[in-house]
Design a protein around this ligand. Structure first.
Ligand SMILES: [Zn+2]
Length: 192
């Protein structure tokens, strides 16, 4: 149970998001800038379904994608992995190696660019090159996994166990595109 103090600060933060772009109701999914605050300032009430939600309920709902539609995901890869993706005609990611129990697709290109630029393209083991791939995955599959928050709140990723990667690949819709290339810590080809 969230403490009253946590709830107070979380309400302030969510009021900012509400003004900026609206909040999504965790009950009915409506996105609105017209969520009412309850009289005791501890929750919002949705104008769509009339139900209330606390900041804790809001954040919990944000941890999973909706059950339908597609999510756009990104994955930073090195040249070895990109070669295998090319061999698979840009339709699947290669199986994990024994020492790689988890597959980590990420939710934003900013985060993928960061990894490709700051880690892969500065790493001799990666020949100082990092690529960013973009692809779409069915939410029907993704909603079985919680969205994980890495170092900060903008660094969102899924942790897909290696044994689920085949099923993950089956749920990729369309092709895996390469949208950026970094060399020696800098962008070598524009993002697109
Ligand atoms: Zn609602």
């Amino acid at each position: 149970m969230a403490s009253p103090q946590w709830n107070h600060y979380a309400m302030q933060e969510l009021e900012g998001v509400l003004r900026d772009r609206g909040l999504q109701c965790p009950h009915c999914g409506v996105v609105s800038q017209d969520m009412f605050k309850t009289d005791d300032n501890s929750a919002f009430q949705c104008p769509g379904c009339g139900q209330r939600f606390s900041p804790a309920e809001f954040f919990e709902a944000q941890r999973r994608p909706p059950k339908t539609g597609l999510s756009t995901l990104y994955r930073p890869v090195g040249s070895a992995e990109l070669d295998l993706i090319r061999q698979a005609e840009y339709a699947a990611f290669p199986p994990r190696l024994d020492w790689q129990p988890i597959f980590y697709p990420v939710l934003t290109q900013d985060y993928a660019d960061f990894i490709a630029r700051e880690w892969n393209s500065k790493d001799p083991d990666h020949d100082f090159v990092g690529y960013v791939t973009r692809f779409q995955v069915r939410n029907e599959f993704l909603c079985n996994y919680e969205i994980q928050v890495a170092a900060d709140r903008t660094m969102l990723e899924y942790w897909i166990p290696a044994e689920d990667l085949g099923e993950f690949n089956d749920n990729i819709v369309g092709v895996i595109q390469v949208v950026a290339e970094f060399r020696n810590g800098a962008l070598a080809k524009p993002t697109g």
